[in-house]
Each structure stands twice: as structure tokens, then as C-alpha cells.
Ligand binder design. Structure first.
Ligand SMILES: [Cu+2]
Length: 93
């Protein structure tokens, strides 16, 4: 009997963890960005994106003219991230 109870609670814990994971909509997107000329530009884009809610990681590729963003789309959409890049003075594609 005790064994069954212990098993049951372990399953419930796993189920709870699964729900928490599904409640987030983590997505990794790469956005092409025109107009970044130097490390300062890269930093501007990085800081602008990091200020958005739900953005967990930003990696600017200056040479490749793109930025890789990991974000929770239930908090900030990809369109909103692009809008933020525009506001910082660069051209997302
Ligand atoms: Cu620059």
C-alpha cells in the first residue's frame, strides 16, 4: 500500500512539471537585421531585445546580419521583437 502511494505522488509531480513546461511557449527564432555596422549596433539590438518580457537569450551575428532570439511567445511575439529592433533604428526582415 505504502509503495503505491509513493508511486502515485511521484507521477503527480512529473505531471505538474510537464504542465509548467507547456504553459511556456519558448521559441527560438532567427531574424535577419539590416543596418548593424559595428559592435555598438550589435549591443543596441541585443539590449533592445533583452528588455522585452519573455526574452531569455539574444545572440547577435554581426557578420551574418542576423540575430538569434529565444523568447516566450505568450509574452512577446516575433512581430513585437521585430518592432523593437525597428525602434532601435535597424531593419529586421
Ligand atoms: Cu554601429
Amino acid at each position: 500500500m505504502d509503495g503505491h502511494l509513493a508511486e502515485g505522488s511521484a507521477t503527480d509531480k512529473n505531471r505538474g512539471r510537464h504542465l509548467v513546461k507547456e504553459a511556456r511557449n519558448l521559441q527560438e527564432v532567427t531574424i535577419a537585421v539590416k543596418g548593424m555596422k559595428c559592435g555598438g549596433c550589435a549591443k543596441n539590438v541585443e539590449n533592445a531585445l533583452k528588455a522585452l518580457p519573455g526574452v531569455s537569450s539574444v545572440a547577435v551575428d554581426l557578420k551574418g546580419a542576423k540575430v538569434k532570439v529565444e523568447l516566450d511567445t505568450s509574452k512577446t511575439t516575433v512581430e513585437q521583437a521585430k518592432q523593437k529592433i525597428k525602434e532601435a533604428g535597424y531593419k529586421p526582415e
